[in-house]
Design a protein. Structure first.
Length: 139
């Protein structure tokens, strides 16, 4: 299962985003496009980074993370789309709200295209409501 994000989730202007611990407000800066770690970030950039990391990490697949970190989707492959969508709503909401900076995850909208599933939703933080676009391949 490959988890892919839309490029719109990441800034186009080269902003450094942080790779963070689950609840940390300050993170190491990561330039995704260049594969480099540089400096530190906090605030909204750190929250966006946390969302990216949580959605892009298969739950229970990596020893470096706790068993409850990430989004489990591998077991959804091949299931009916209605079941997959219902489960993804619950799992995305559960995975993201474990981060204390994220209060609500709502307004889910799904679109299927061959073996791709697109999902749009909002994430409410203290600072801002974020619109998230995500793409799953192989579901």
């Amino acid at each position: 299962m490959n988890l892919l994000h839309f490029d719109t989730l990441l800034p186009e202007n080269g902003t450094i985003l942080g790779v963070n611990e689950f609840f940390a407000d300050k993170s190491y800066g990561l330039l995704w496009q260049k594969g480099q770690i540089r400096g530190f970030v906090d605030g909204l950039d750190s929250i966006v980074q946390a969302i990216y990391k949580i959605l892009g990490t298969e739950k229970g697949a990596f020893l470096i993370y706790s068993d409850d970190y990430g989004l489990g989707v591998d077991d959804l492959v091949g299931l009916n789309h209605a079941i997959v969508q219902s489960e993804l709503k619950r799992r995305i909401r559960e995975a993201l709200t474990k981060d204390k900076r994220i209060f609500e995850v709502n307004d889910f909208c799904f679109q299927s295209e061959k073996d791709r599933l697109y999902v749009k939703f909002t994430v409410e933080t203290k600072e801002k409501v974020l619109d998230i676009d995500w793409r799953f391949e192989g579901l």
